[in-house]
Design a protein around this ligand. Structure first.
Ligand code: GTP
Ligand code: ZN
Length: 327
């Protein structure tokens, strides 16, 4: 792989190929026979990587990779001591091209993109039915980020012992998003089935029960459950990085992420989101150039499809509500 194949979120930090007369091999070392690992978590500049099936290697980032640029889910080339033995440290010299990147902006006025997870294919939006109360705006925004990143969404409604899921189920059914409802001691086989063979990122507000779910899905894993410390007033669960965890047979990965307060979307374009829905993109071919496809759009092909009876009004409304949350 050449360094031109790199896709990172911190391009400036990377040593881009420059035009020189010196032999190219000097500029672009060949790491194609370096070992490949998957980054499973990041902690204070140390990257824990899984090499092969069961070797966990701690690694630092080579200086040429600059700031940022390596995130959980990345496939990386490792050199140096990759034995994984206690006290050893390998070096990440290259990031393989990413299939997907889930990102958010801290808020919409802050255009700095914060990539969260690489190479996932499914996005589990975890929302509590109560405590904390569900916020559809937040669900919509995470959905938008997921569609933009090319991830299959999945809505996971927790704490059904505290409140009914009916209203939310009704609101999200038109989007054809799979919905799973859980409560303490619920049978998780439907959820397991949806996760099998996928790399699923779990995203949601703090306290919705992500860690509780992960613990139930993966025997032996001990994700800290958020209990507020009475002395410090802060949550005991202070992890700041995502972590990738292997699911038991039939396999797949869960990537648990720290709770988020907001989900900025200034990096997302409406065209990208429409493209994620084949039932809608079929009608946007005749939209005026640069059509925003939202309620304010004039001559939008989606409205015309509703007029002709080819698209349900409810479906369009629910799509537009989601779209508006991304602006
Ligand atoms: N009643 C009820 N409580 C739940 C359920 N699931 C989780 N909880 C409780 O909700 C609280 C928060 O759960 P966590 O699993 O720590 O939530 P989290 O989403 O991982 O939170 P962060 O780590 O801050 O992102 C804990 O006290 C759990 O015991 C549920 O289905 N019903
Ligand atoms: Zn349109």
């Amino acid at each position: 792989m050449t360094s031109r194949g790199l896709r990172t979120d911190d391009q400036d930090g990377f040593d881009r190929p420059r035009r020189r007369t010196r032999p190219r091999t000097k500029d672009r070392p060949d790491y194609s026979d370096a070992e490949i690992g998957m980054v499973i978590t990041v902690d204070r500049g140390r990257y824990r990587c899984l090499v092969g099936d069961d070797r966990e290697v701690s690694a630092a980032k080579a200086r040429q990779l600059g700031r940022g640029g390596v995130i959980v889910g990345d496939r990386v080339r490792l050199v140096g001591d990759t034995s994984g033995e206690e006290g050893t440290l390998a070096r990440i010299v290259q990031v393989e091209e990413r299939e997907t990147v889930l990102r958010r902006t801290a808020d919409d006025d802050d255009p700095y993109e914060r990539p969260i997870v690489a190479n996932a294919d499914q996005l589990a939006i975890v929302t509590a039915l109560a405590d904390p109360p569900p916020r559809t705006g937040m669900i919509d925004r995470i959905l938008v980020a997921g569609y933009d990143a090319g991830l299959q969404p999945l809505l996971c409604l927790t704490k059904a012992d505290l409140a009914s899921p009916d209203e939310l189920v009704e609101a999200y059914e038109p989007l054809n998003v799979p919905i799973v409802v859980t409560r303490p001691d619920s049978d998780l086989s439907t959820l397991r089935g949806l996760l099998a063979g996928h790399r699923s990122v779990f995203v949601g507000h703090s306290g919705v029960g992500k860690s509780t779910l992960v613990n139930a899905l993966i025997p032996g894993v001990d994700r800290a459950i958020g209990i507020v410390n009475e002395v410090t007033g802060r949550g005991r669960h202070t992890s700041t990085s995502a972590i990738a965890l292997l699911l038991p047979e039939p396999g797949g990965w869960v990537i648990d992420t720290p709770g988020v307060r907001s989900f900025g979307l200034s990096h997302v374009s409406p065209a990208n989101i429409v493209a994620a829905f084949s039932d809608l993109s079929a009608f946007t071919g005749d939209c005026p150039r640069g059509c925003s496809h939202d309620n304010a759009a004039v001559g939008c092909g989606l409205d015309e499809a509703v007029e002709r009876g080819q698209l349900s009004r409810r479906r369009l409304e629910s799509f537009r509500r989601m779209l508006t949350s991304g602006q």
